[in-house]
Design a protein around this ligand. Sequence first.
Ligand code: PMP
Ligand code: GLN
Length: 383
Amino acid sequence: LLAPDGNLGVTIFEEITALAGRHGAINLGQGFPDEDGPAEMLDAARAAIAGGANQYAPGQGLPVLRNAVAAHQKRFYGLDLDPDTEVIASTGATEAIASTLLAFTGPGDEVLTFEPFYDSYGAVIGLSGATHTTVALQAPDFLPADGALEAAFTDRTRVVLVNNPHNPTGTVFPRRVLQQIVDLAARHNAVIVTDEVYEHLTFDAAKHIPVATLPGAAERTLTISSAGKTFSVTGWKIGWVTGPAALVAAVRTVKTFLSYTSGTPFQSAVAIGLKLPDEYFTGAAATLQAKRDLLSSGLQAAGMAVLPSQGTYFVTADTSALGITDATSLARRLPELIGVAAIPVAVFCHDDGARRTRSLLRFAFCKKTEVLELASERLAGLG
Ligand code: PMP
Ligand code: GLN
């Protein structure tokens, strides 16, 4: 559970955010937007607090939120869920991930993730005592190599943990790869846990396909999402898990003893967000796409090769053309050097993956246009 720098309990996001603060740098490291979410939601949270919604919510989440999550899965994906037994609220996707992995895995089990993998996956797999196995996502398109998935599954694979759209690479998995994951999970009797927190943030022609919609998936898939990214309220920490009742019940048992329940006034406000018209969701993605393009141009102008990002808040850039071989040490110097902060991709990897990705940096583009313009000017100082 050591952070990559050896400091107990300090994540790379905290470390780089602290460095950015110390040097007054533009923080394109930790992924959080610099504008608040929809006014309807902010008003709803204020009204809920003023109206006295300040005590414990039911452990599985407020009915209004569970109903809204079920309606959202129906509206966007055609999935039918019983809001009473197939949906629970969580304290962000982070708690949902922890509850799910702790519910299903322990010593002797393997949890398979796609490398680079989001940092909490490795930490929670460590807490559960399971073994963390990985499939490499290969640049430039960050998909598994032919045959790699089959080779990675074993009969000890208890959970395959998918993150789609994928942080940090921005990959949106095509149907072919997702179906292969489902088929292999079925063959090895593994549970599929799919972290879809960036489900609405896809660009160009990329289309998000929830794993749970694929043939053979529904009965073994737990889907995790969160309000943080979709509605630019990362500090609210409201997430949810959906899936078959028996699997959801197991997750709920663990969630009960991690946090018991999640922020009451925010739950009803998130329910308002989930019911916003389609235009809200498509508009948010279009706005982010323009920001991706703006920052990508800045990174290119600074001499970096920009790898394709089809979704999320993030774009990865290769610093090797600048003569950099260790992007992790560059990331630690960048805030002081040019006043911009970024996250090294290698911290999302085990040793082999870290070697493969040692020249890559991840930049967050969920920032105001003028901030991205200023960051681009500063990045030009690198060349
Ligand atoms: N999963 C992924 C892939 C993420 O990028 C993040 C960060 N937002 C989370 C989970 C955690 O989400 P939350 O803030 O809702 O806990
Ligand atoms: N998910 C965010 C990211 O990848 C950060 C969350 C955190 O700070 N743990 O940047």
